[in-house]
Design a binder for this molecule. Sequence first.
Ligand code: IFM
Length: 766
Amino acid sequence: MNYKKEPLGWIIEEDVFDPRRTGKCESIFAQGNGYMNIRCTLEESYVGEHRGAFITGTFNKALPDEVTELPNLPDVTEMKILVNGERFAMDAGKTEGYSRTLDLRTGEVVRTVNWTSPAGVKLRFAFRRFVSLKNEHLAAFRMEVTPLSGDVDLVIESGISSRTSNSGSQHCAEGEKRLVEGGALRLMTRTTQSDVPVVVHCLHKFTPAPAASLPVMERRCFVNRYTFHVAKDETLSMEKLAAYHTGRDLVFTSYGQPAGSTNAMQVCAAGDACLAKAAGHSYEDLLAESAACWKQYWDEQDVVIESEDPFDQLGMRFALYHLNIMIRRDDSRVGIGAKGMTGEGYKGHSFWDTEMFLMPHYLFTDPKAARTLLEYRWRSLPGAFKKAEENGYSGAMFPWESAWLDDGEVTPLIGGADIVTGKSIPILTGMIEHHISADVSWGVWLYYLATGDDSYMDQCGCEILVETARFWSSRVEWQEDKGRYEIRDVIGPDEYKEHVDNNAFTNYLTAENLDRACDVIAQMQERWPNAYASLSEKYDLAALSAQFQDVRAKLYLPQPDADGIIAQNDQYLGLEKTDLSKYKAQTGVSSIYEDYSPHQMNQMMVSKQADLVMLLRVMPDLFDADTLRKNFLFYESRTLHDSSLSHGQHCVLASWLGLDEMALDMYRHAIHIDLGPNMTSSDEGIHSASMGNVWQCAVCGFAGLQWHADHLSLDNHLPACWKRLAFRVHYRGAVLRVEMTRDAMHITKLSGPSVKLVVNGVEDTL
Ligand code: IFM
């Protein structure tokens, strides 16, 4: 890969075709707009490729014993190109001058290559594509082919294939194919269980026109076969438009309406009209419209980094690019998948990643988008009530993995192979990783602190805080001998530790959840009358508040021991201290699974990811600086960073602790998770939470952004090799521009009401 292409900091280039990187490049070059994402699979097919087109919210269950997942929808990217009867593919013949670039400024991917076929025919190919940021349904492709060694006969097959699957499980029916007015191919299908109508269109335009064109309908495939005779040095160009529409699109379904109730013909008509309109425009025109939206995004959201190493900037912009294409900013029926929509990994499900890792970015750059994410949690409450009830608890127990609003818990039950037993490893997170309910509440309160949005609290926030507090009040266990409540048998953030008691992160976030629920109950009647009306009808709020206060007062909150170390959980400090150097030095992740079973790892003092460190990062005021530092160093030494969630949070805390070199090292690890040399790390999609982490590293870590009850604070922790860092922050209706060097921090209020700030310890009001 080449990250030094001009203009520096904007271009990701694959400069050598290497089939070992197939999956990685499909994911990192993926294009989208929050409604849909298309993996950047090459036009001609290769062993190991994984075509993918995903539309937010179209969740489906392939078989009764599988969990709901985001279906891989019909593909429009594949093309078969025959040159004098030889199939164009770069793994045959000779390839020269290969380059595939993603231009982060416009979202366009361009591939150029000179190819000599096995029979010696030379051609130049240029492929371009983008998914429109202007029209969320539209993707456009352009190809130019120039024969260089003589005239050629070309056959090109291109269209729609519904042979796609999610690792073998098919989600769409065969569907109905037809040619529609204007020569477009149309495939109308439905998801098998959720019954969502899915309509895909594809239209080709060639210059010069083909000698012949023939529609070919096969099982799950509908293409046009075009034939051409192209003279030496003449260029054949193709423009292809594709449009995706589904019955779950907001225009067809109001909130809560089942997808199957949408008339598929309406969806077809919308697709027909969309394509007919786009067909009147050239690729360049459509690209310009989309690029203008990207420009606006960058004007508002860019984080500028001037560093000795330009990769620091590129890594940040790559994260911002994906943060923009993974979120549907105005549809609160959908969350963000752990891989966005760039691959099938984690089945398109949302985790705590949303609130703890992604939310701070959206909240401080586009608060409305943050509200959409938190409304999604509120709309998912029925699933959370159901999960609590099924487990014998009260209130709202949020699913560890979430999909469609009423799906409830969708965590799969089994994972990879256990090296000792040879059986599948049971996945327990859906059953006992309970901190998600407190994480959602933490997100709600952070949103309220940063926006003061009373309407959100009135409609959603109060209910989430009260119902999650009700869950925790039923979840805690009274220990008569110790005279306290405990939370036993959980998995904390560190998923290498199962069935632990009193995970500090879980307990402290629960305490926070209970406190905030009491706060809102105290203010609800006056401040949030609608919430008060509906909750007071269901509950005696005064009694509920008294119950929460009692549980909170008696909840066990682990404290530093004689050495100043806070136990991650009751068992942790007594575990065996195995030598971890081999795993700390690993180039990939999770190599420990090759030597130990989960059961064995549970007995070892080893952490997968930030756990106690995560607690200190989100609640830095709990302990003094010395305790923070001691615990950070202790736990980091036992952490393998086997989750992409880990490095970024360590970076933030390391910055605050003045561990400058370590903080920069952690930042660089975070930007390498998807862009680094590991060929397979992103096969199943990019790591969404890591993108949020990269933003947090710079803004919360190096610029020291912290939120407080009535103000924001900033502290200069810029790495020595960074000359400048600049970004915007939205806070309580105001927009601030922060510009910093190692010696100075300039903050300008661009708009909005006055804002209280504490900058490098000095209070000020802008
Ligand atoms: O939510 C995370 C979890 O903390 C670690 N495993 C991956 C999940 C999805 O990113």
